[in-house]
Design a binder for this molecule. Structure first.
Ligand SMILES: *[C@@H]1O[C@H](CO)[C@@H](O)[C@H](O)[C@H]1NC(C)=O
Ligand SMILES: *[C@@H]1O[C@H](CO)[C@@H](O)[C@H](O)[C@H]1NC(C)=O
Ligand SMILES: *[C@@H]1O[C@H](CO)[C@@H](O)[C@H](O)[C@H]1NC(C)=O
Length: 378
């Protein structure tokens, strides 16, 4: 075990030096490109591109369709090529792009700010909608000249749902796939996350300041220790305590996963997520809102405004405490006027939050369905 931990620790350092391509993609026989792009507010984001499958390039002269995957970069590469979503897509003839949000380990640069000061962490998911998403969409669109199939997991779905509802990326998106979508978070089922959320709407900013929330840092460890003193919590198995009873993860890769995930985010982002009884801009409280927005309440996003002819595929799980079944129901209700032929919903009773990106059998249950969904869009 000690040797394995050492090996993972070495891989972690190596990853930061060499990048996702060199460590997790090219060893499996795929071409892989590292890219950097800049957002309008100065953050420098890291992307990977797998331009073709192992068999090579040609698609009978046809241009490959680009797919943009938004989850924590490394999580898509935990298993074998036959089990990893980005590689399956590449092998099926797609041009695959993977983006990494600001603040995660691969996207920590800024034109003028260090990741240390609070200014660097003064953002919530609204900034991901306003700056990161347009930057990555624009970048892929410019490189490929083609409309993009988008795939978002968890937070990656919230930011795209919001962005599409504001009419952005309408001319660049070909379809949208939402795995474990989070929009409303009013029925969160895990006690630990609920307790954390309560702390977050309370005065967590006083504890952490406007700073990095690094799940592997000492401040978060101290915070968890306080939460874990609550009866009925199993903090020895934090993965299940937070993401649910994942049915189908490979126990021999979970250590590697824990070395890298969950990734840092802004404390302000978590505070904002904890406010998501409705989907609105960050709520600073009455006075703060007047100062920031000139009105007492933050503006509400209307998810029903997503273009009704946008092809959407939603897949969610019965054991997912974060993308809870009732909350997904609320989301589907907002999409009830969507063109029925353009909306497909898949429900996997035995899947929890991480199964959708890491399960050993997600290829058969989810990824082949995604490939089929893309093919149906010609
Ligand atoms: C895409 O290309 C256009 C035209 O060359 C350019 O104005 C724009 O800044 C580019 N956008 C991105 C995100 O690279
Ligand atoms: C789990 O991972 C190990 C090590 O990578 C591999 O040998 C094994 O085949 C995997 N199991 C499944 C069910 O994919
Ligand atoms: C949201 O948008 C839908 C569709 O455009 C519209 O019917 C509805 O009235 C809007 N809801 C609110 C609260 O503005």
């Amino acid at each position: 075990m000690a040797r394995a931990v050492l090996r993972w620790a070495e891989t972690r350092v190596q990853l930061l030096v060499d990048g996702i391509c060199a460590i997790s993609v090219t060893p499996h026989g795929y071409k892989c490109e590292e890219h950097e792009l800049q957002t309008d507010d100065g953050y420098i984001l890291n992307m990977q591109r797998i331009p073709e499958g192992r068999a090579g390039g040609s698609m009978g002269g046809q241009k490959k369709q680009p797919v943009l995957i938004q989850h924590d970069g490394i999580t898509g590469f935990m298993n074998s090529p036959e089990q990893n979503l980005p590689m399956i897509l590449a092998d099926n003839g797609f041009d695959v792009w993977i983006s990494n949000n600001r603040g995660t380990q691969f996207s920590r640069k800024h034109v003028s700010l260090d990741p240390a000061p609070p200014e660097y962490w003064d953002w919530s998911w609204v900034e991901l909608v306003t700056y990161d998403l347009p930057a990555v969409f624009g970048f892929v669109f410019n490189h490929t000249g083609q409309k993009i199939h988008y795939i978002g997991h968890s937070l990656g779905s919230l930011i795209a749902l919001t962005s599409f509802s504001e009419g952005h990326q309408a001319d660049q998106g070909k379809s949208a796939t939402f795995l474990c979508p989070i929009a409303y978070l009013s029925h969160l089922k895990t006690k630990l996350v609920l307790l954390a959320a309560k702390a977050f709407v309370g005065d967590i900013l006083k504890m952490f300041g406007m700073a990095e929330f690094n799940p592997k840092g000492p401040e978060v460890a101290a915070f968890l220790k306080i939460l874990c003193a609550n009866p009925g919590l199993n903090c020895y198995d934090l993965v299940s305590e937070i993401s649910g009873k994942n049915c189908c993860l490979n126990s021999s890769t979970i250590g590697f996963f824990l070395q890298h995930e969950p990734q840092s985010t802004a404390t302000k982002n978590l505070v904002h997520l904890a406010q998501n009884g409705v989907i609105n801009k960050y709520d600073y409280g009455r006075d703060g809102n007047l100062k920031h927005y000139g009105q007492a309440k933050p503006a509400v996003y209307n998810i029903s405004n997503i273009p009704r002819d946008l092809p959407i595929f939603i897949s969610h799980g019965g054991l997912d405490p974060l993308s809870d079944v009732e909350d997904v129901g609320l989301l589907l209700d907002l999409l009830k006027l969507h063109d029925v032929s353009k909306l497909s919903v898949q429900f996997l009773k035995s899947y929890a939050h991480l199964d959708f990106i890491m399960a050993v059998n997600a290829n058969g249950f989810v990824y082949n369905q995604i490939v089929q969904f893309f093919r149906n869009q010609h």
